[in-house]
Design a protein around this ligand. Structure first.
Ligand code: MRU
Length: 344
């Protein structure tokens, strides 16, 4: 796959594959400032919880570069970091990455701004590389859950494009295929941003993994006909009790999976688990611009003056989740205990 998150020393900038235009065009978006980073996050040039965490880590470096020359630089830098951390509210990885960089800064209070920016660039590269390794470990943890011949349904895009590479929900599928199993994927289209139809289909097709796109409202019929053996989705934030926020529509897929006895798994790195959020009701749900629903591209599809809902995520209760596949193994109920043990 095309490197979709790259630091360019030549431009001293973060270069992102612009996911708004996939699969039709491969265009790149250059981030030189915190304003560019926040725009890329808000309009979803880059999206997916781990990918926005990696972007935020490079964003901290760009913040430090940007304020070079400001005499009272520490409060100015802290303010820029907060702008990055709050660009999107649901995925905890954004905050996680910024807090990680802040903790490194706190460990080196003696650093000049120049020293801090050199240090942060190196740290952002580590976060980037570690995310790929984490995804591969998620794949290794989850591969055995998939049997030869399975068709796995996924919702949204929790693949290479949503991470630094390899993916979370798609990782066990990739690993099972590497073991020699025959696996097919159903990518739910995922209205309104169409992450499934555009992005999951794009990356799997490019990698030669058999994939079919289904309209979101086909899920019940496909399960009723026995065409789905497993569901694996990603997550934006997992609460301390195992409730998992993911792309809007995931909860409905989980309810249908229960009805049709299809095992439903969540795959996510430990950095997506937020032990400070007790349960799913406390996870903030992003409410995005109505335009994503009222329009497809430049074409308006709803009547003038009619309101719409555009909540970007929903929360699947822990009781519907068969297992949470992490880089440190597969967690099973009781999630409260399993998660507490993980963070001990
Ligand atoms: O709004 P998005 O596209 O950022 O939402 C992405 C998802 O919901 C993903 O499933 C989740 O972030 C996991 S990505 C590995």
């Amino acid at each position: 796959m095309t490197e979709h998150i790259q630091y360019s020393p030549e431009h001293d900038a973060l270069v992102l594959l612009d996911q708004r235009y996939l699969p039709l065009r491969e265009e790149f978006f250059l981030c030189k400032t915190v304003k560019d980073i926040c725009e890329a996050l808000v309009v979803m040039v880059v999206r997916g919880a781990p990918a926005i965490g990696v972007t935020a880590a490079y964003g901290c470096y760009l913040a430090a570069r940007e304020i070079s020359g400001v005499a009272d630089w520490k409060p100015a830098l802290a303010d820029k970091l907060e702008q990055i951390a709050s660009a999107r509210p649901t995925a905890v990885n954004l905050r996680w990455a910024v807090r990680l960089m802040q903790a490194e800064w706190a460990r080196h209070p003696e650093f000049t701004l120049d020293e801090l920016s050199v240090f942060w660039l190196a740290k952002a590269k580590v976060v980037h590389a570690e995310d790929i390794a984490t995804c591969k470990a998620i794949g290794a943890s989850g591969a055995d859950l998939i049997a030869d011949g399975d068709t796995v349904m996924t919702h949204c895009n929790a693949g290479a494009l949503a991470t630094a590479g390899y993916g979370t929900a798609l990782a066990p599928i990739r690993a099972a295929i590497a073991q020699g199993k025959r696996v097919q994927v159903i990518a739910n289209e995922t209205r309104p941003f169409l992450q499934g139809a555009r992005l999951t289909a794009y990356e799997l097709h490019k990698d030669g993994i058999p994939v079919k796109v289904a309209c979101d409202n086909a899920c019940a019929l496909l399960m009723q006909r026995g065409l789905v053996q497993k569901v694996i989705v990603g997550a934006d934030r997992i609460a301390a009790n195992g409730d998992a926020a993911n792309k809007i529509g995931t909860f409905g897929v989980a309810l249908l999976a229960k009805e049709f006895a299809v095992p439903f798994f969540v795959a996510a790195p430990v950095s997506t688990i937020d032990p400070e959020t007790a349960d799913g009701s406390l996870i903030p749900i992003e409410d995005r611009t109505p335009r994503e629903v009222t329009h497809i591209g430049a074409t308006q599809i709803t009547p003038d003056g009619v309101g719409v809902f555009n909540f970007a995520f929903d929360v699947t209760p822990a009781r519907l989740i068969h297992g949470i596949i992490t880089e440190r193994g597969v967690l099973t109920a009781s999630y409260t205990e399993a998660i507490a043990k993980l963070f001990k």
